[in-house]
Design a protein around this ligand. Structure first.
Ligand SMILES: C[S@@+](CC[C@H](N)C(=O)[O-])C[C@H]1O[C@@H](n2cnc3c(N)ncnc32)[C@H](O)[C@@H]1O
Length: 315
């Protein structure tokens, strides 16, 4: 239960952050960013302090509830001591797990679904068919707003040469293939014959089958077998999470300048923000998110679309 927040009403949030960073900097790592955001890194966890109008926003992240309480205690005591001209009310929320974070408010999520270009009959039917054929696994399919985003990105990039890692029943492949320039091709990678059989059927129905090359097998092998030349315009990564770093490396080296790699599920349902989650896929995604943000080969932005989407554009 490692994430807890507090909103402290005050007319001087920036001043307290400066004071705290300067004071705590003698004992722990304390940083003040140009935008006024402060970060305190203790042995047990971190506290991020952000000035927000007439509030000071605090976020404590640590590996367990006890560690959260320890960081909360240090921060609260110092803040209260620094506030000589007012009484600060530091009211922390109960610590929650990353999986309980609301990544997209349901009402917002629903509004987004109904305010993008409609995907059309074939994709609507594919959603139904996927649910019937795969049950709970159907949750892996990209949503209609994310699908619309993919088509839009493919068009904006002016893509002729695209790659998809993780086809499932073909929804996102159709979205990508639709946006390609005349003569464009999509290399679609997946390990499942069963799921991609459905994809093939719907690619035909959507009229894009002739521009998709399906490669069934481990995607890493497929990617490594590609020429090591920067010819890829856009790639979408949406497969096994442990392999994301390897997929990213193979793809980023093959992107042409201005080419885009799009990564899905970069929040892992909130688990990337929660240090209690330490499985291989959590470490892989957390590490990759950090790497991309600092990667000099690309410009990147992370979008709170569904489970988090990163766009990284090759410089
Ligand atoms: C989240 S689903 C993809 C959803 C798809 N983009 C869509 O919109 O319907 C992940 C897919 O990755 C595939 N996959 C898992 N491990 C793989 C691997 N090593 N190589 C290629 N595909 C893999 C799975 O078979 C599954 O179809």
């Amino acid at each position: 239960m490692p994430v807890s927040t507090a909103q402290v009403a005050t007319s001087r949030p920036s001043r307290y952050i400066k004071q705290l960073v300067s004071h705590m900097g003698r004992k722990v790592t304390a940083e003040l960013a140009g935008d006024g955001r402060g970060t305190l890194t203790f042995a047990q966890g971190t506290c991020v302090l952000t000035p927000s109008g007439d509030h000071l926003e605090l976020i404590v992240t640590a590996a367990d509830a006890e560690a959260v309480a320890g960081v909360q205690d240090v921060v609260t005591r110092h803040l209260v001591r620094f506030a000589t001209q007012e009484t600060l009310d530091v009211d922390w929320t109960e610590p929650i797990e990353g999986t309980d974070l609301r990544l997209v408010e349901p009402v917002v999520g629903d509004y987004l679904l109904t305010h993008c270009t409609p995907p059309g009959e074939v994709l609507d039917e594919l959603v139904v068919r996927t649910r019937e054929a795969t049950g709970d696994a159907s949750g892996m399919q990209v949503s209609r707003d994310e699908g619309a985003l993919l088509t839009m990105l493919v068009r904006l990039v002016g893509a002729r040469n695209a790659i998809e890692v993780g086809v499932f029943t073909g929804y996102s492949s159709i979205c990508i293939a639709r946006g390609l320039l005349e003569g464009g091709r999509l290399l679609a990678c997946d390990v499942s014959d069963e799921w991609t059989a459905i994809a093939r059927d719907y690619w035909e129905r959507a009229g894009v089958a002739d521009r998709i090359d399906l490669k069934v097998g481990p995607a890493l092998e497929t990617l490594r077998a590609l020429p090591a030349e920067p010819t890829v315009d856009i790639a979408f990564i949406d497969a096994d999470k442990e392999s994301y770093p390897a997929y990213y490396e193979e793809i980023v080296e093959r992107l042409r300048p201005g080419g885009l790699v799009v990564l899905d599920n970069v929040f892992l349902g909130g688990r990337v923000m929660d240090p209690a989650f330490q499985e291989e896929r959590h470490l892989a995604m957390r590490g990759l998110n950090d790497l991309i943000a600092a990667d000099p080969r690309v410009e990147s932005v992370m979008l709170p679309v569904r489970d988090g989407v990163t766009l990284a554009r090759r410089r």
